[in-house]
Design a protein around this ligand. Structure first.
Ligand code: GAL
Length: 661
């Protein structure tokens, strides 16, 4: 089933309004509603006194209109009575300051009292709704994130993992600056006020923070699984851009991943939304578990807390929702139903206006609801098939947060730029963990695998040996698992596979780049970082064109087993990334779909051998689109198309090979 629905806060509105809301939702074609994820103080107004009557009545009204319900556990925003009783349960920020009441996401996931209160409210809800016919699943908490600078919990985590202080001193190399710890209580947390921390300590601290939320989520999952074995359990993630939790770990215990997609969520987002940015969000979320996902919050209007974001243009809300489906979403839930009258999010616009009127945005989504009612069944059960993978390492990402190297060197931006070059060729891409099974891919791109373990190095060697094509980029293999620099030439454990060593490197000043002499390619250049390479068996693909290392190798390619490993020593500009992608596709024997105009995205879902081809026009003008050979059934318009078709601005096609049936 394709789920299509909305996030709803009945507790914000008079009960007399609820039937009208439910009627309008049903008319929009919604079949699912998410409820309750910020309603703790309504469900437990004082300690131990529960009131779920209002929620029962809200669910009943929605169920009467044929809708199913996903319940959020309300722990992202505790009631004031709880936090007044347990001031120690407030999170500590990187400044060392404990937060106070007034916002949300303000609790410490390791605080014992908070965990007990969380367990009680979750258990109360789980018991109450276990057999409710309208309830189908749970969302745990809301957008886990943050780092809790809680020293005692960090020390407990260290003790469990490493056992002795000797092991820790050795691991972090505490002889440096005389930081040798002789008592657990001496171990600090890396506060932002403390300067550049010991990299070993800081990486372990970031891992601890990530584990703390994974573990807190598990506390809730265990309760829900026990009482509600028939229900699914998910959490709403924050896409690719979010980087404080290892999302592979956070997704492991869930049935599937959901995420919150706000392409125009913030005022400072450029007027032009970049389709590959949203696409990377979807592909990352699908990649966490390698299965389809939901968008639990899909933008429904302009965002805004204090400042108001650019308004989504006509057709964008629908287009973005279809883009999510094209990348593997099986559920689209719009945030939020009606724009709030009170609270921080007064200007975070919903489908209905403040006054409750269904306006332009509601009608756009209602149109989509009617379409989903017609074509949803044909999409059901289909999934994305990719031959290309991008490897995402949270260890590398965390470690590069600690030592970013150069203001122009950003792990996520580099990742996004490489993804963008693949996306421009309309290639399906899976975003996978460093140790994921790579056997189903022909091409694997590994941006800056800064922290590298022997297992991952072997794993990548096996992939290439068996015939795969691999690209690695600068600052790969620099650190071991403890975030210590390796004692071998870079790229460390991958030097053999890449047939190259990094002789030296240059961190470039802002605004400076180095041109690349890359035969057949115009305008290629690198910025921020230049590895100067000495081949050890590899052939040179491109040289640097400037500075004292002009003429030295910048890109190399090594034959290894039946495959090829390419080393890129710099952060490429668009021309370089594009040329590299073309070369990689050739090497990997991959054929990209027909070239389309910029802003035309083509993405496929497969049901067995049957492809559903989504063609999306993200531009503001009509575009001519070249279809693959043969006759296609345009599912939305229920007509036959072939050859070249014209696509209106922000419009889309969903095509199935063959004639309409
Ligand atoms: C999301 C969050 C929602 C709401 C929305 C708009 O990140 O999950 O609860 O706050 O943003 O700000």
């Amino acid at each position: 089933m394709l789920y299509f629905g909305v996030d709803y806060y009945p507790e914000h509105w008079p009960e007399e309004r609820w039937p009208e809301d439910a009627r309008l939702m049903a008319e929009a074609g919604f079949n699912v509603v998410r409820l309750a994820e910020f309603a703790w103080s309504r469900m437990e107004p004082e300690e131990g006194r529960y009131d779920l009557g209002w929620l029962d009545r809200a669910i009943a009204g929605l169920a009467e209109q044929g809708m199913k319900v996903v319940l959020g556990t309300p722990t992202a925003s505790p009631p004031p009575w709880l936090m007044t009783q347990h001031p120690e349960a407030f999170l500590v920020r990187s400044s060392g300051q404990r937060v106070t009441y007034g916002n949300r996401r303000n609790y410490s996931p390791t605080d014992q009292a908070y965990r007990e209160h969380s367990a009680r409210i979750v258990e109360t809800m789980a018991r109450h709704y276990a057999d409710h016919p309208a309830v189908i699943g749970w969302q745990i908490d809301n957008e886990f994130g943050d780092r809790d600078y809680d020293a005692p919990a960090f020390r407990r985590w260290l003790k469990e993992r490493f056992g002795t202080l000797d092991a820790i001193n050795e691991r972090w190399g505490t002889a440096f600056w005389s930081h040798v710890y002789t008592d657990w209580d001496q171990i600090p947390v890396p506060l932002s006020t403390g300067g550049v921390p010991n990299p070993g300590l800081a990486l372990d601290f970031f891992r601890f923070c990530s584990d703390a939320y994974v573990e807190y989520q598990r506390l809730q999952i265990d309760i829900l699984r026990k009482h509600c074995p028939e229900h699914f359990i998910t959490h709403n993630f924050m896409g690719f851009r979010y980087e404080l939790i290892d999302y592979f770990d956070l997704s492991a215990d869930l049935d599937f991943v959901s995420w919150d997609n706000y392409p125009r969520g913030f005022w400072n987002i450029a007027a032009e939304v970049e389709p590959s940015t949203m696409a990377l969000g979807h592909d990352t979320m699908r990649g966490l578990k390698g299965i389809n996902f939901w968008v639990m919050e899909q933008q429904a209007g302009a965002g805004g807390w204090d400042v108001v974001s650019v308004m989504p243009k006509p057709g964008e809300l629908r287009l973005w929702a279809y883009q999510a489906i094209a990348h593997g979403a099986d559920g689209i839930v719009f945030f939020r139903w009606r724009t709030a009258r009170h609270g921080t999010e007064q200007y975070w616009h919903g489908l209905l206006e403040h006054d409750g009127r269904p306006g332009r945005r509601y009608h756009e989504i209602k149109r989509m609801g009617q379409e989903i009612a017609r074509v949803g069944q044909k999409i059901e059960g289909s999934s994305v098939k990719a031959r290309v993978a991008l490897v995402l390492s949270y260890d590398a990402r965390f470690a590069l947060q600690i030592q970013p190297h150069n203001p122009g060197f950003s792990y996520p931006e580099q990742f996004q730029a490489l993804y963008h070059a693949l996306h421009a060729r309309n290639l399906a891409v899976d975003v996978v963990a460093p140790n994921a099974d790579l056997s189903r891919y022909d091409l694997v791109v590994v941006p800056s695998l800064y922290v590298l373990t022997p297992e991952t190095a072997e794993h990548l060697e096996r992939f290439v040996e068996a015939g795969g094509t691999l690209l690695v980029t600068p600052r790969t293999g620099v650190k071991d698992d403890a975030n210590a620099v390796v004692e071998r030439p870079l790229p460390g454990l991958l030097a053999r596979l890449c047939g190259v060593i990094v002789e030296d490197y240059d961190s470039l000043p802002a605004g400076k780049s180095n041109t690349l002499e890359y035969p057949g390619v115009e305008g290629a250049a690198g910025s921020a970082w230049c590895d100067i390479l000495t081949p050890r068996g590899a052939e040179v693909v491109a040289h640097y064109g400037e500075d004292h290392y002009a003429g030295q190798a910048a890109i190399t390619m090594n034959a290894f087993g039946r495959g090829k490993a390419l080393y890129l020593g710099t952060l490429g500009n668009d021309a370089l990334n594009e040329a590299l992608v073309a070369r990689l596709l050739e090497l990997a024997g991959l054929e990209a779909a027909p070239r389309q105009a910029a802003g035309i995205e083509v993405s496929e879902r497969w049901l067995g051998d049957i492809a559903l081809v989504f063609v999306l026009n993200h531009t503001e003008s009509e575009q001519a689109v070249t279809l693959a050979a043969g006759v296609h059934h345009d599912l939305l318009a229920d007509r036959q198309v072939e050859g070249r078709v014209r696509l209106a601005p922000r419009e889309l096609l969903i095509l199935q090979a063959g004639e309409p049936t």
